[in-house]
Design a protein around this ligand. Structure first.
Ligand code: C2O
Ligand code: CU
Ligand code: CU
Length: 497
């Protein structure tokens, strides 16, 4: 138990506020010690595109660096190439890519490509670690560590991404056992966009009008450093503090591509926005003010069959929505704010000029793929188990234990997986892609359309998905993508056989 809870260490009571009673709130508020920056003044950054060292080979260094996130202060980030977000990998379907990740951080890491159809030894398993050269690794003491077998790569690991999958907005992030929350909070996340001929052939907005938006919340100390309820991720338990954040950590500053409440000047034309919720625990209900629609063209795993119009999009941690916004619907000079109807604002677009627009949103986007009938049904119950200091988040009553598989689907098969829950649990399945079949026996939400890899399961809900297991045999994971829940044992292995 001790090691599992280890990340919730310092900070004591100062500045900690407790929220979390409303049913829409999925974490607990962490308040910044510095004055919050003004909104809509910092220009939206666009993460730079990674360049291969030679065809098919990329290298990235996980290192600390200083960034000016809150104007006038500096923040130490732990980033891929020292950047937060990390570089965007812009790759094509079927272009087998070797990504060498070098670790120069004081902590072990494991890099997972979220949404990737990736062989198991490159999937970023939590105990498959990379440590900085000369940095030792001592397995944690405590409850389950004697069951764990660790793989430790000195200095670097080569991750192999065959990318035999449809065009989609994927993202990569740290997945280290027990410490994913604090390590992603410090900056270890970025985009990987898969493109293919089907998606390219559509007249959707392209180039500078195709923009990835990584949305996440953070809190800051007075000196600009990130505030998190553990100063040292290697620190073990500090009794009494951990329970305050068991539900998940929510910051009070909303960042998009690493900038607080940024602003983007846009032409009065269509844009394709690839929305990603990379927050540890926060859900958002995104909407546009003064009105307007998001026309959804893609989900976690690529194009929908046909566009779907939304007034508002609820996006849970790990989910992606690929949307078209037509800024020609607003007069030049309009400020269009992306708000969060669960409380707050996210960023602003300023419509600055008229321009030519060759793009369109076709009525048909992608062929309907037939899905074979399910050969099995399995239930995964996401629930808090135990009391007080002994409480943890569990799946089917079990805390995560590496190597113990809760399911063994056959390669190439389709199964119904039923997710039940006691709270907000964004459920993510590695390797597989799924369709949401029903919520509480009723039809899924409008925002559940398409192939997905993460689904927003709400308190006391029963969500059925039809999942396909294509790609590779081996050990994969299902887990809650609230990173504090994940770090507190709400994960399980499954073996594709
Ligand atoms: Cu995005 Cu296993 O995680
Ligand atoms: Cu994943
Ligand atoms: Cu959860």
């Amino acid at each position: 138990m001790i090691s599992r809870r280890g990340f919730l260490g310092l900070l004591g009571g100062a500045g900690l506020a407790i929220a979390g009673c409303g049913t829409e709130v999925s974490g607990e508020a962490l308040t910044s010690a510095l004055p919050l920056p003004p909104k809509f003044t910092v220009p939206l950054p666009i993460p730079k595109t990674a360049v291969p060292v030679r065809p098919g080979h990329y290298e990235v260094v996980q290192r600390a660096s200083k960034m000016e996130i809150i104007p006038g202060t500096t923040t130490e980030v732990w980033g891929y190439d020292g950047m937060f977000p990390g570089p965007t990998f812009d790759l094509r379907r079927g272009s087998r890519t070797i990504l060498r990740v070098r670790n120069e951080l004081p902590v072990p890491t494991s890099t997972h490509l979220h949404g990737g159809v990736t062989p198991p030894d490159s999937d970023g398993y939590p105990t498959d670690l990379v440590v900085a050269p000369g940095q030792g690794f001592r397995p944690p003491h405590g409850d389950h560590s004697h069951h764990m077998s660790w793989t430790v790569h000195q200095g670097a690991k080569d991750y192999v991404y065959p990318l035999e999958q449809r065009a989609a907005t994927l993202w990569y992030h740290d997945h280290r056992m027990d410490f994913t929350g604090p390590q992603v909070w410090r900056g270890l996340a970025g985009f990987l966009i898969v493109r293919d001929d089907e998606d390219d052939a559509l007249p959707l907005p392209k180039g500078e009008r195709d923009i990835p938006l990584m949305i996440c919340d953070r809190a800051f100390e007075e000196d600009g450093s990130f505030r998190f309820p553990s100063l040292d991720p290697s620190l073990l338990i500090r009794p009494g503090v951990q329970d305050a954040y068991m539900e998940g950590v929510e910051g009070d500053v909303i960042l998009v591509n690493g900038a607080p409440w940024p602003i983007l000047e846009v032409d009065a034309v269509r844009y394709r926005l690839r929305l990603l919720n990379a927050s540890n625990a926060r859900r958002y209900r995104l909407a546009l003010t003064p009105g307007g629609h998001f026309i959804q063209v893609g989900s976690d795993q690529g194009l929908l069959t046909a566009p779907v119009a939304h007034d508002a999009i609820t996006i849970a941690p790990g989910e992606r929505f690929d949307v078209i916004v037509d800024f020609s619907a607003y007069p030049v000079g309009t400020d269009v704010t992306m708000t969060d109807r669960l409380g707050g604002e996210v960023m602003r677009f300023r419509v600055t000029r008229k321009a030519k627009d060759d793009s369109a949103t076709p009525k048909r986007l992608s062929a309907v793929e037939p899905v074979a009938p399910a050969v099995a049904t399995r239930t995964f119950d996401f629930r808090r188990t135990g009391q007080g200091g002994g409480a943890s988040w569990t799946i089917n009553g079990q805390r995560y234990r590496p190597g113990r598989a809760l399911a063994t689907p056959h390669l190439g098969s389709t199964e119904i997986w039923r997710f039940t829950s006691d709270f907000h649990h964004p459920v993510h399945v590695h390797l597989a892609r799924f369709h949401v079949l029903s919520r509480n026996g009723r039809p899924p939400a409008l925002t559940d359309a398409g192939w997905k890899d993460t689904v927003d399961v709400r308190p006391y809900e029963v969500v059925d998905v039809l999942a396909r297991f294509d790609g590779y045999r081996g050990r994969y994971m299902i887990h809650c993508h609230n990173l504090e829940h994940e770090d507190m044992a709400m994960m399980a292995d499954f073996d594709v056989i």
